[in-house]
Design a protein around this ligand. Structure first.
Ligand SMILES: NC(=O)C1=CN([C@@H]2O[C@H](COP(=O)(O)OP(=O)(O)OC[C@H]3O[C@@H](n4cnc5c(N)ncnc54)[C@H](O)[C@@H]3O)[C@@H](O)[C@H]2O)C=CC1
Ligand SMILES: O=C(O)[C@@H]1CCC=N1
Length: 261
């Protein structure tokens, strides 16, 4: 079973690393091509994956084809490979905002297609991928496609009208979480920790907190209350952060993406 990638940028690299770490796929069966050879040559060598000379060759050699280019170039790439896509191959799009009906329009109405929105943590098999398939993807082919996705993290099927917001919460949040960790870590440095110590403490606290949210059956607000000892440090910091726009900044940030769509 060959898995192809057209576009080997940050997100494709994360998925490829997750696929390999899952031990479910042979790295040589990962077939890749991207526009700028220098940007993925070393990566391909290190991971022992197969580099081919064109996007069309990726399609010819693979049963599952990830389309992993940016939204600005995806139309031309799909038109380029269109005639080589046949109904026993699955097109897996990770392109944000590109709907199934547009993917069908740009390929062939017989094409099995899986629209997905993964996230960068796929590289350590802790990804979260939202997906929806078209009607042409069914049976064993669908099962295999979903096995590919779940090898690098959790998967959630959602209707397409929920893709926009879930794509933001799932796909963009890693960047916001890294920002939060880095902000905490810098304050650790300000008050005397070295950056490694500070980053580790902040990141571990956030990792554990995420697990608590997912495993404790408590909602986040109730968990906040558990940390805020009466008259203690946490409540002082929390109230100050809220008064200074912590939530407003998050609300405005998400609204700004939605408004721009
Ligand atoms: N970075 C992320 O965390 C996530 C990205 N995505 C989606 O993944 C896609 C790629 O995003 P990134 O990896 O962040 O961008 P990127 O810029 O790192 O990767 C895009 C790659 O496509 C290549 N490319 C451009 N034109 C090409 C062509 N004609 N043929 C073959 N390759 C070509 C570029 O050389 C580049 O390596 C986007 O559509 C984005 O919406 C989705 C979820 C998360
Ligand atoms: O920034 C972006 O547009 C992509 C989609 C989600 C994460 N990265």
């Amino acid at each position: 079973m060959n898995i192809g990638f057209i576009g080997v940028g940050n997100m494709a690299k994360a998925i490829i690393e997750g696929l390999i770490k899952s031990n479910s796929f042979n790295s040589k069966n990962i077939i890749v091509h991207s526009r700028n050879k220098k940007s993925y040559e070393q990566f391909a060598k290190r991971n022992n994956i197969t580099v081919v000379d064109s996007n069309i060759e990726v399609v010819k050699k693979s049963e599952f084809i990830f389309i992993a280019v940016t939204p600005s170039v995806v139309k031309n790439v799909l038109l380029e490979i269109r005639e080589h896509l046949v109904p026993n191959k699955v097109l897996i799009s990770i392109v944000s905002g590109l709907k199934l009906d547009r993917l069908e329009e740009l390929t062939d109405y017989n094409q099995p297609i899986l629209r997905t929105l993964p996230n960068i943590n796929s590289s350590i098999n802790e990804g979260l991928t939202v997906y929806k398939s078209n009607d042409n993807l069914s049976g064993k082919m669908k099962e295999n496609s979903l096995n590919i996705l779940s090898s690098f993290g959790d998967i959630i099927e959602l209707p397409e009208d929920k893709f926009e917001i879930s794509g933001i919460l799932g796909g963009c949040t890693p960047a916001y979480a890294y920002l939060f960790i880095d902000s905490l870590s810098r304050m650790g440095v300000k008050y005397g920790l070295n950056k490694n110590q500070a980053t580790k403490i902040a990141a571990k606290a956030i990792l554990g907190s995420s697990k608590m949210v997912l495993e404790s059956n408590k909602n986040p607000y109730s968990l906040i209350d558990d940390v805020c000892s009466p008259g203690g440090d946490t409540i002082k910091g929390l109230l100050s952060m809220e008064e200074n726009g912590f939530k407003k900044s998050i609300n405005n940030g998400i609204d700004s993406i939605i408004k721009d769509k």
